[in-house]
Design a protein around this ligand. Structure first.
Ligand code: PRP
Ligand code: URA
Length: 213
């Protein structure tokens, strides 16, 4: 895959370890859910190292007063792409408990692989927040592209997208359609199969998170 200025592929041994367990077809639904959350927390930590909205406060230590940067209240919104993105929300809430959550419902048409939008509810004032769009799987890239466009149409200016597993074609599609959006992917897989599933991948993330198959 071509390299893009707005794409970061994590290559961290801890994340690789957790993804190995996530891929395993024998991993239980409970463990799968927990791993998705843990990986998301690690990804969030890395993805935000270039800047989190902060403000300065004064703190009195036992020895003296000092000023200190803290995360600005109410400055971050999490937007999972339903359903599978829901599995990543708690992994970010652990770090930002007061982050507001918006929901974008999308499913892929099984024949055309085109995303169909069926739900959207976003927090008031989202246009002024740093928006973290999350979905574990970035396959053709259609769902992520449309979700990001929807947020831009609502006035969002600061958007980051996080996926756990990406296919090269999907990563390229989102990177080129939205060069102003930073894209973070934990691991880049080989390709898509004829049904639009990522290989080697982990199967259907929504089904594995919610036990629907
Ligand atoms: C999956 C996944 C993404 C999408 C990725 O959702 O969670 O949203 O496919 O594919 P794309 O990059 O080709 O658009 P799915 O449509 O299976 O819905 P679900 O999460 O409700 O199962
Ligand atoms: N959605 C999934 O859940 N898995 C894939 O491999 C592709 C899309």
């Amino acid at each position: 895959m071509k390299s893009y200025d707005n794409v970061v592929i994590f290559d961290h041994p801890l994340i690789r370890h957790k993804i190995a367990i996530l891929r395993d077809e024998k991993t239980s639904m409970k463990e799968f859910r927990e791993l998705v959350e843990e990986i998301t927390t690690l990804m969030t930590y890395e993805s935000l190292k270039d800047g989190v909205p902060t403000t300065e406060i004064t703190v009195k230590t036992p020895l003296e007063e000092c000023t200190q940067q803290v995360v600005k209240d109410n400055a971050i919104a999490i937007v999972p792409i339903l359903r599978a993105g829901l599995g990543m929300v708690n992994g970010i809430h652990v770090l930002f408990p007061s982050a507001r959550v918006g929901h974008i419902g999308m499913y892929r048409d099984e024949e055309t692989l085109q995303p169909k939008s069926y739900y959207c509810k976003l927090p008031i004032g989202i246009e002024d927040k740093l928006v973290l769009v999350v979905d574990p799987m970035l396959a053709t890239g259609g769902s992520a592209c449309d979700a990001i466009q929807l947020l831009k149409d609502r006035g969002c200016k600061h958007i980051k997208f996080m996926a756990i597993i990406g296919a090269p074609e999907g990563v390229s599609k989102v990177a080129e359609a939205h060069p102003d959006v930073n894209i973070y992917v934990s691991t880049l897989d080989r390709c898509l199969n004829e049904h639009g599933y990522i290989l080697p991948g982990l199967g259907d993330a929504g089904d594995r998170l919610f036990g629907t198959k």
